[in-house]
Design a protein. Structure first.
Length: 209
C-alpha cells in the first residue's frame, strides 16, 4: 500500500525489529481484530522509525532487540475501541486485561485516549527482548511486571509494587527510549512518543494494510 508522505513501514527501515502487532489479532483487550488493522504491520512516521533503528543497533550489540506491539493507529480503530468500551455485555477479556477497572472508564483513567497519539504516527508501544541464539523466534521478553495493555495501576512505570528486576527493566527501557528522542507516558511503561514528532496536530485515518 502506498503510504501518505512521511510514513514508512518499519520493516523497510529496520527488519530486525520484532513486530507482534496485537490489534490485528485476537490477542488484545477486545479479543478480536480492531477495525482499521487489515494487516499486521507497523507503520510509523519516518522520523520515528529512524529513531528506533538507531536504538536497535545499540540493543543488538547487547543481544537485545526492540519488540513493537502497536505503532500508527487509524482513527477508525480508536472509534471502534470507544464503541466497544460502552458495551457492558462484552467482558470476555476482562480477567486478562482489566480485572480491577470498568472498561467504560478506560478513557477517564488515561489508559486510552479518544484522540490518540498513535493516530499521529509517531507513538509506539514497545518492549525489549533478549535474543536467544540470535533467533528472533526464540526471543524472550524482559519481565516488566505486567504484560502489554494491562489496564491497571501496576502498569504505571513507577508503581511501587513493581520492584527488583522488573523495575530495573522498566527503567532500562525508559532510559533507552528517552535517549533515542522519545517521551515516556508514566501510566503505561510501554508507551512512547517521539518528542519532535512531525505531525503533532494531525490525526490520520488511513488503514493499516
Amino acid at each position: 500500500m502506498a503510504l501518505p508522505a512521511g510514513f514508512v513501514y518499519l520493516e523497510d527501515i529496520d527488519p530486525s525489529i520484532i513486530q507482534e502487532m496485537k490489534y490485528s489479532t485476537i490477542h488484545n483487550f477486545m479479543g478480536r481484530p480492531i477495525q482499521g488493522y487489515d494487516n499486521s504491520k507497523c507503520i510509523l512516521t519516518r522520523d520515528a522509525a529512524n529513531a528506533l533503528m538507531k536504538l536497535q543497533k545499540e540493543l543488538l550489540a547487547q543481544s537485545l532487540s526492540l519488540k513493537v506491539f502497536d505503532c500508527y493507529r487509524p482513527q477508525a480503530a480508536v472509534n471502534d475501541i470507544i464503541n466497544w468500551s460502552q458495551d457492558g455485555h462484552d467482558q470476555k477479556m476482562k480477567m486478562s486485561y482489566y480485572p480491577n477497572v470498568n472498561k467504560k472508564d478506560f478513557f477517564d483513567l488515561g489508559y486510552l485516549a479518544k484522540r490518540s497519539g498513535h493516530t499521529r504516527g509517531s507513538t509506539v508501544d514497545v518492549t525489549i527482548v533478549h535474543l536467544l541464539s540470535g533467533d528472533p523466534g526464540k526471543a524472550r521478553e524482559m519481565n516488566m511486571g505486567t504484560h502489554f495493555d494491562f489496564m491497571d495501576e501496576l502498569s504505571y512505570t513507577f508503581n511501587t509494587h513493581v520492584t527488583g528486576q522488573s523495575r530495573q527493566n522498566r527503567l532500562f527501557l525508559r532510559e533507552a527510549m528517552q535517549q533515542s528522542g522519545f517521551d515516556p507516558y508514566d501510566q503505561e511503561w510501554w508507551h512512547f512518543t517521539l518528542a519532535h514528532e512531525p505531525y503533532p496536530d494531525t490525526y490520520f485515518n488511513f488503514p493499516v494494510k
